[in-house]
Write a protein that binds this ligand. Structure first.
Ligand code: NAD
Length: 479
């Protein structure tokens, strides 16, 4: 029997393609991926012991190598993130990966304090916690691993990551790339580890593991509550629902452009992104007209109701357990539309638009679920109010006490100050897109872990340290 050489060639090509497809799944020693939580924690513990022996200068070299690897792979990780999670925009994720790689602070963030005087010298230094358990979201999978990896290692720690299972491959490949860069720069293997099959059970085992010294959770309310109830030092970076307030003194055209730029960035996945607009009535029409000029598509009437049926799921809940009252309606976000393009979302209600449309806007009442829920998609409700006091009252209400992020467009410093004082958010951006708050087009360093609930704010290496005091009596003060 003769076999068709074309068939052999076809089979060979298929086998090669499968082998190549699997390539990223292979794990070499030191790249941080382990079958069990115990092994991942033990390897990170051993790596941290070695890191402690290195100088801070060497540690900084490892950080530089991590930055380079993350920049070199920014496109690959962005493409993986979008194709695996089905959320976001590749070009924006490239910016986010580069941002995490270049603007997350390194060892320079660690500062010592000293008191000297008659009785000698007392020093406070920032030391590592040891091994940190970091739980990361599906919305910023590679970005959070890069940012937490750099910050936690700069502070002298090793990290066991618990990535979201829906962004498993992107997260694990990021961990492997960073470990490889560290090893090539002369650092220890396995400074970043994870299990090969992330799951809720593995995250719980990691949180309870006695060799995990600190927990850092970046995600929604459930995971923040989980780490805060663990009995360990915990940093919780939770959900936001950032309002963008516009008053009559604002540069309305710029406000419209900034709001659309911010809300459409990575299809609204960032926790800091504009989630609803609250505008003083006298300038509302002008604002919405400019928003359309800068890439928004306005829907109204029955189209808003049809969209709500697509992007929300309705739940009937009793107001209280055992309550005999009529069930009240509540809504949850339909995860299938989180981080999707505006064009795709509109196509679901039969509206075809070109790629240049980056966001959907609609006027809604203040208590509409689009306003109340954290949608995380480029659908932006606009609520008109009578004046700035009403705007501030509503902004505080819909931010839900998350104390995460707020944005305001105004030239009146009294109004800006009033909202900032009332809303008490961790980030308050004035006259710019929300992303200026994490260092894109604004001053300051970046982070992808904004700790509102536990109060560290924009986390940086110093957030991942313990303060230690060293006292020398009657010496070393030289005056
Ligand atoms: P998510 O809460 O579903 O998941 C986040 C992580 O927590 C995942 O790794 C998940 O597996 C884990 N997790 C979820 N529930 C858990 C539980 N009960 N116990 C243990 N682990 C649990 O969130 P997501 O969809 O991945 O991310 C979006 C959310 O994260 C949004 O609410 C967004 O605002 C928030 N977020 C906040 C920040 C910040 O810096 N504050 C940054 C990014 C995202």
């Amino acid at each position: 029997m003769t076999i068709d050489p074309n068939l052999i060639a076809k089979i060979a090509a298929e086998v090669m393609a499968r082998v190549q497809e699997r390539q990223p799944e292979t794990v070499s020693a030191g790249e941080g991926i382990f079958p069990t939580v115990d092994e991942a924690v033990a390897a990170a513990r051993a790596a941290q012991k070695q890191l402690k022996k290195l100088s801070i200068e060497k540690r900084e070299e490892l950080i530089q190598a991590m930055r380079q690897a993350a920049c070199d792979n920014a496109e690959l990780l962005a493409e993986m993130g979008v194709s695996e999670s089905g959320m976001g925009r590749v070009s924006d994720k490239v910016i986010k990966n580069r941002l995490a790689a270049t603007k997350t602070p390194g060892t320079e963030d660690l500062k010592s304090e000293a008191w000297s005087g008659d009785r000698g010298l007392t020093l406070i230094e920032m030391g590592p916690y040891g091994v940190i358990g970091s739980i990361t979201p599906t919305t910023n999978p590679s970005e959070t691993v890069i940012c937490n990896g750099i910050g936690m290692i700069a502070a002298g720690n090793a990290v066991v990551f618990s990535p979201h299972p829906t962004a498993k491959n992107t997260s694990l490949v990021t961990i492997k790339l960073l470990n490889k860069a560290i090893i090539q720069a002369g650092g220890p293997p396995n400074l970043l580890t994870a299990v090969a099959e992330p799951s809720l059970a593995a995250t719980n085992a990691m949180m309870q593991h006695p060799d995990i010294n600190m927990l850092v959770a970046t995600g929604g309310p459930a995971v923040v509550k989980a780490v805060m109830s663990c009995g360990k030092k915990a940093i919780g970076a939770g959900a936001g629902n950032p309002p963008a307030v516009v008053d009559e003194t604002a540069d309305i055209e710029k406000a419209a452009k900034d709001i659309i730029d911010g809300c459409s960035f990575d299809n609204n996945l960032p926790c800091i992104a504009e989630k609803e607009v609250i505008v003083v009535g006298s300038v509302a029409d002008k604002l919405m007209a400019y928003m359309q000029r800068y890439g928004a598509y306005l829907i109204s009437g029955p189209d808003v109701d049809r969209l709500a049926k697509v992007i929300l799921t309705e739940k009937a809940e009793l107001a209280a357990a055992g309550c005999t009252e009529k069930p009240k309606k509540s809504y949850a976000v339909n995860k299938n539309y989180v981080g999707k393009d505006a064009r795709y979302i509109l196509s679901q209600i039969g509206i075809q638009v070109p790629d240049s449309i980056r966001a959907v806007i609609c006027e809604t009442p203040a208590d509409h679920p689009f306003v109340v829920e954290e949608l995380m998609m480029p659908v932006l409700p606009v609520v008109q109010v009578k004046d700035i006091d009403a705007a501030i009252e509503l902004a505080v209400k819909v931010e839900h006490g998350n104390r995460h992020t707020a944005i305001m467009h105004s030239k009146n410093v009294d109004n800006l100050t009033k909202l900032a004082k009332a809303i008490e958010t961790t980030i308050f951006v004035k006259n710019a897109p929300s992303y200026a708050g994490i260092g894109v087009g604004g001053e300051g360093f970046t982070t992808f872990t904004i700790a509102g609930p536990t109060g560290e704010g924009l986390t940086s290496p110093r957030s991942f340290t313990r303060q230690r005091r060293c006292v020398l009596v009657d010496a070393l003060s030289i005056v």
